[in-house]
Design a protein around this ligand. Structure first.
Ligand SMILES: [Zn+2]
Length: 265
């Protein structure tokens, strides 16, 4: 028993390291998309254009050791790179603890990897690129059915209902306020997220996404000392949808079970 527990701890730790390494790559993908630089070619400093050495690219450790600055010219690297590595490492560790070693872990790791890149791009420039969002739709369905073992009808209904709901909300705000409260990218993203979460757990996804989005708005409002117009403030919804999906995949069943127990009391 103790042997199994230590094995699962070792796997979780390995997953964290793998996630942090992947996070380093995700950070590069986000940066290069935002700055319109091709993905090919070795990592370089945006300040002095010098190619980074392997020691400058160790996930988490390099950023901490260099205090977030380029080793050659001292220009700031930015906290975002470190943050993406942290998020990716922690997400991989949480997925490892949830699924253990097997196809479900690797399928979820792949899916959430793309979501991390999409979230970073959306946070930086309010775009969810079709080049990533559209392939995620069939991938999400395949991952749900073959990776996570979800019945295909449940998955299909989750994706279609989720996207229809967001599309309805988008139309509602268009008609009543004349504003684009939700981008079409969010609607397209919702198809794959709904596929992975399934119809039953869809309320958990939407609740977690809305609450985390509201919390982020509140933080921004407090940070700006109340000088922010909440009606005009633009907020990327992609990262919160992705977070909602992550919460649902990890704890959706438990949350739904607790809800149904409370209803019977
Ligand atoms: Zn530099």
């Amino acid at each position: 028993m103790a042997h199994t527990a230590s094995l699962s701890w070792a796997f979780t730790a390995w997953a964290f390291a793998l996630g942090a390494c992947l996070g380093s790559f995700y950070g590069v993908c986000i940066d290069r998309y935002v700055h319109a630089i091709p993905l090919r070619g070795r990592s370089f400093c945006f300040g002095c254009k010098r190619t980074l050495r392997p020691l400058h690219l160790v996930p988490l450790a390099s950023w901490l050791f260099l205090k977030g600055r380029c080793a050659f010219c001292g220009s700031p690297i930015g906290f975002a790179a470190f943050f993406v590595e942290c998020v990716s490492g922690l997400a991989a560790a949480a997925l490892a603890a949830r699924y253990g070693f097997g196809p479900a872990f690797f399928a979820a790791l792949l899916f959430f990897g793309v979501l991390i890149v999409l979230s970073g791009i959306d946070a930086a420039c309010y775009i969810l690129p079709d080049a990533l969002v559209l392939p995620l739709i069939p991938a999400g369905f395949l991952i749900a059915v073959w990776g996570l073992g979800m019945p295909w009808g449940e998955s299909l209904a989750g994706g279609l209902a989720g996207a229809a709901l967001l599309l309805g909300l988008r139309q509602f705000f268009f008609m009543t306020r004349g504003v684009e409260a939700l981008g079409l990218g969010d609607v397209k993203l919702m198809v794959s997220l709904g596929f992975v979460c399934g119809l039953t757990a869809l309320p958990v996804l939407l609740l977690a996404a809305s609450l985390s989005g509201l919390a982020a708005m509140a933080c921004r409002f407090i940070k700006a000392s109340g000088r922010l117009s909440l009606r005009r403030e633009r907020i990327p919804f992609g990262p919160f949808l992705a977070f909602g999906c992550f919460v649902t995949v990890l704890w959706g069943e438990k949350i739904l079970l607790r809800g149904s127990i409370l209803e019977t009391l």
